[in-house]
Design a binder for this molecule. Structure first.
Ligand code: ASP
Length: 585
């Protein structure tokens, strides 16, 4: 037996007992006659002591120990003279009587402590060492717990956990596919699923009624901090349901997870149409932990001598509570901030409501106090508040104001990580027009059903058709999304037509689904939650990277394995990716 206990479980109650522990040496402190060793395993840290009473052979061996040595120590549990309140085993230590070095270790390239001295790239290269650090390990334990809780909730609701294949067919919609060449079918490729969308719909045709899977998905996209080329979804589909049923079911899951894992009761799941989200929050994923709504000033601010506003399609503002005292320097910094290319505003106008109610603005030349008072009224600004105004193309400025709103909320400390405010954004547009390719794209995916009342618009004004599609947003982060699906073959064919597929192309790409719809497809709807993101939110992290055991870096590389990597010519030839190597040479 390697151990009788773990490094996290001994307490004062165990005083006097003889135990054996095994683990890694986190730290050795040599204080002349006494040596202390912090022994670590997944469960915690226990202090080992070697002192004048320790047998010479054992003490000598202790002298050989270095960081990350794997050892086994037997000894007697005793009360510590100086207790450590920060760790669970801090009241005891182990007086070692036998020591066994199971494996020596090279000096690790960074410190394996809660706060490491290793940079990101180094930690990723030695990820197995990084994973020994408690904060990283605890996030993965949290993730495992969240998967468990998800399964127990969905199982209790009669969902069937079903695996779907990882080698599937490439489809042109959505993001770019990762593809895999087929050796047995030269010149042909599988694709890795961007999501099991069509497969889960086929499971509904198959009568499974309720499906889920915690599943890897793959998208070959340019990466950002919260994106990984492979990521995990809690993927679900239900039959004989309407939007309302899906929203209720997944409110249930969300509440259950918060309750079970964080001990928080979440009750409030407001709904907001997409159009409202864009108009008042400049985002399809508003953070509604705070108000600060965007207000339209276009009609009020036009028609005076201020040409910047007169030339603008849209003028909008937000009210930052209590910021009237912002200095010139602070306002200049904000102006620079909105002028960055990511935000794209040309400039910024400000209106200050002083403590005595008097109004002062950066455009006093062009507007009377009465004019400005109207803006103040629309924005609901009180004495002490600051109004920030952007103008320009409508959609762009709404988004810019949305970003500015978040920035001001950050500055005002309104985005508390420990407050969780969900929101359903509903009634997304069905289609999105792309100028470059001059065609419509499905905003969600091509299987999403239009709102029944909007179906006639498909003929006349497809851009105005709303979808039965919904996103779950928590604290301004998109946690999940889904839709009611088309289950009628003719409507699905029409949708493919709108997306620019000829009937032949549609048949080639999606024939299996269209065919299945001939054989009795039930009404169905579904949703997928981004599991990595949900985990990072529960863990209070800003990136999903540390929710994943072995993540990729921002260039999509696994720096530990050093992949992607080249493969041998012989392998390329076998896959018909090059022809006849020998002849070529
Ligand atoms: N498959 C969709 C996605 O990955 C989710 C859904 O519609 O269920 O976004």
């Amino acid at each position: 037996m390697y151990r009788t206990h773990t490094c996290g479980e001994l307490r004062l109650d165990n005083q006097g007992s003889v135990v054996t522990l095994a683990g890694w040496v986190q730290r050795v402190r040599n204080l002349g006659g006494m040596t202390f060793v912090d022994l670590r395993d997944r469960y915690g840290i226990t202090q080992l002591v070697f002192d004048e009473k320790t047998e010479k052979a054992v003490a000598d061996k202790a002298g050989q120990l270095g960081r990350e040595y794997v050892i086994q120590a037997t000894g007697t549990v005793r009360e510590r003279s100086s207790k450590n309140k920060n760790i669970a085993t801090g009241e005891i230590e182990l007086e070692v009587s036998a020591l066994n070095i199971l494996n020596a270790a090279d000096t690790p390239p960074f410190t394996i402590e809660d706060e490491s001295d290793g940079g990101d790239e180094l930690r990723m290269k030695y990820r197995y060492l990084d994973l020994r650090r408690a904060p990283v390990r605890d996030t993965l334990i949290l993730r495992a717990k969240m998967a468990h809780v998800t399964r127990s909730y969905l199982n209790s609701q009669n969902f069937i956990e079903t695996e779907t294949p990882v080698l599937i067919k490439s489809t042109p919609e959505g993001a770019r596919d990762f593809v895999v060449p087929s050796r047995m079918n030269p010149g042909e490729f599988y694709a890795l699923p961007q999501s099991p969308q069509q497969l889960k719909q086929l499971l509904m045709v198959a009568g499974f009624d309720r499906y889920y899977q915690i599943v890897k998905c793959f998208r070959d996209e340019d990466l950002r901090a919260d994106r990984q080329p492979e990521f995990t979804q809690i993927d679900c589909e239900m039959s004989f349901v309407e939007q309302e049923d899906v929203l209720n079911m997944f409110e249930g899951l969300t509440k259950y997870m918060f309750k079970e894992i964080k001990g928080i009761e979440i009750t409030d799941f407001p709904r907001m149409p997409y159009s409202e989200a864009m108009e008042f929050y400049g985002s399809d994923k508003p953070d509604i932990r705070f108000e600060m709504k965007i207000k339209d000033l276009t009609a009020l601010a036009k028609g005076k001598d201020f040409s910047v506003f007169n030339d603008a399609e849209y003028i909008g503002g937000i009210c930052a509570t209590g910021c009237a005292e912002y200095t010139r320097k602070q306002l200049d910094a904000l102006t620079e901030w909105v002028k960055r290319p990511q935000i794209g505003a040309k400039g910024m106008v400000n209106v200050k409501v002083a403590a005595d109610g008097s109004i002062k603005s950066s455009v006093d030349k062009f507007y009377t106090p009465e004019d400005l008072q109207k803006w103040v009224d629309v924005l609901g600004a009180k004495p002490g508040d600051l109004i920030l105004i952007l103008s320009g193309p409508k959609e762009k400025m709404q988004k810019a104001l949305g970003e500015l709103r978040l920035e001001m909320a950050n500055q005002l400390g309104l985005r508390d990580k420990n407050v969780f405010q969900p929101l359903w954004v509903v009634d997304f547009p069905l289609l999105e027009w792309d100028e470059e390719t001059a065609r419509f794209y499905a905003m969600h995916h091509p299987f999403t059903a239009p709102k029944p009342e909007d179906i006639p618009l498909l003929e006349t004004n497809p851009g105005a058709v709303r979808a039965n599609a919904y996103d779950l947003v928590i604290n301004g982060v998109e946690i999940g999304g889904g839709s009611v699906r088309i289950f009628d073959k003719a409507l699905q064919a029409k949708m493919f037509g709108l997306l620019g597929f000829s009937p032949e192309q549609a048949e080639y790409q999606f024939g299996f689904l269209m065919n299945a719809f001939k054989f009795g497809a039930p009404p169905h709807a579904g949703i997928a939650f981004g599991f990595d993101r949900l985990t990072s939110m529960f863990a209070g992290l800003d990136s999903i990277r540390d929710t994943i055991a072995f993540p990729k870096n921002n260039s999509g590389r696994d720096v530990m394995m050093d992949s992607p990597s080249t493969i041998a010519d012989a392998q390329l030839e076998e896959l018909s990716l090059i022809v006849n190597v020998k002849e070529k040479k």
